[in-house]
Design a protein around this ligand. Structure first.
Ligand code: ATP
Length: 209
């Protein structure tokens, strides 16, 4: 099984990295791919380029076997739709089961994603429960697909929805960007290598986008 954790990663932080390690172990994944969203369809465009956000992801995971940075969205023009990324990944690894990991905040917006039902034709979707964002009421489409436990995900190659608890560190990229913009010390919220990259390239100096 291959896991996919999409995000803006603007910048990547220990909240992302902790859940990446946890789900990789919990679901015995061969690999967990962090997938930087090049051109987010649903939010203001980040002030930092997709290449720089991907570079920070690569620095953060450099010493962690099994974690990879998947840069396919950087190679595609236009809005980065997850469904296109899953489709292209599935073409590369047709025999692998894909698990798409999303936080509760993203899950509550899922029905606004482009061709969202099609996500389930390429992958199982795993919602990582975040305490400050309770699960929204689920519509029948989701209830019909709900897996009782993680073993259900091994019975079919795609199409299930699973809810999974993860350690939730109270860290957000927005807070980190604000700390940099206000010249505060961001240590222990994200890897030192990423902090050094941000300082070297003078990112988030004048903006919290
Ligand atoms: P921002 O503050 O800019 O909105 P973010 O920190 O929420 O960013 P994203 O890149 O948007 O980060 O998140 C990517 C994925 O990681 C989402 O599914 C999100 O729910 C999850 N995530 C983000 N922060 C945490 C955290 N502290 N703990 C667990 N999951 C997280």
């Amino acid at each position: 099984m291959i896991g996919i954790l999409g995000g803006t990663f603007n910048p990547i932080h220990f909240g992302h990295l902790r859940v990446a390690i946890e789900v990789k172990e919990s679901f015995h994944l061969a690999e967990l791919r962090l997938l930087p969203c090049a051109c987010p369809p649903h939010r203001e465009q980040p002030s930092v380029s997709a290449h720089q956000r991907a570079a920070m992801v690569k620095l953060a995971i450099a010493k962690h076997p099994g974690l990879f940075c998947d840069e396919r969205e950087l190679q595609r023009p236009g809005p980065s739709y997850m469904v296109d990324s899953l489709q292209s990944l599935k073409q590369e690894v047709a025999d692998e089961t894909l698990l798409l990991f999303i936080g509760t905040d993203a899950f509550s917006q899922l029905t606004s994603w482009s061709r969202w039902q099609q996500l389930f034709t390429y992958a199982h979707v795993v919602v990582m429960v975040r305490p400050e964002n309770p699960l929204p009421l689920m519509q029948p489409f989701f209830l019909e697909r709900l897996a009782q436990d993680a073993n259900d995900l091994t019975l079919s190659p795609h199409g299930k929805l699973h809810i999974h608890s993860v350690t939730q560190l109270a860290i957000s990229a927005t807070t980190i960007r604000t700390l940099f913009a206000e010249q505060h010390n961001p240590s222990f919220l994200l890897p030192d290598a990423v902090i050094e990259y941000i300082q070297q390239h003078q990112l988030y100096h004048h903006t919290v986008r």
